[in-house]
Design a protein around this ligand. Sequence first.
Ligand code: NI
Length: 240
Amino acid sequence: MKKKIGIVSLVTVLLLVIYCVTTYKLMNSRTYQVFGEIVPRVETTQKVVALTFDDGPTEYTDELLKELDDAGVKATFFLIGNEIEKHPDEAKKLVQAGHEVGNHTYSHNRMVFKSPSYISTEIEKTDALLRDAGVQGEILFRPPNGKKLLYLPYYLSQHERKTIMWDVEPDSFDDIASRADKIVDYTVQHVQPGSIILLHAMYDSRQESRKAVPGIISALKAQGYEFKTVSELQNISTKP
Ligand code: NI
């Protein structure tokens, strides 16, 4: 009898471990989700990339806008709803300058283990703020910290929206994020045709990321790369 209980609890623990590992992998995967389409990059042989910025808008918007304008590059910004409320003019400036502006939820909480109504409100409230800022047409969506499990991808697929991820994230590693030249080098080393580059440049602590933007653009242009918004990049995709 005792032996039987031992085996049962062993199997339970094993199943629990498998469940946790699967959940963790699913939550963090940049290339797989259960519902709808996830886009970490696009398939193409053309030398095209998308530069994307997460979070904000903040008072650093002008600095970024100037860098991009000087380089003649249109980028894609995923903005947080409650930050748009704090900086509505900054959100408008991004739209007016012709950059693509997408949804990064209202509160930037992880959209896992949350109720369906919480998740849909987070997205829809931010969509409304983006419309107020002047965003027209399809609104792209990127989950905070790239985290998603079941309901978020389900909601997006029901609304015919994709989960926009990335395949190059130079400033997500502390040792690289601490120096602009390292951010540039990492990006150049990891970019391939169709890449989506993720940068965080909206906050005070991200000075090195802001400093890296002109370097990333000129180094990739020197290699023959053209910069596109995420929507433009998707239209170039050669995926059948
Ligand atoms: Ni974020």
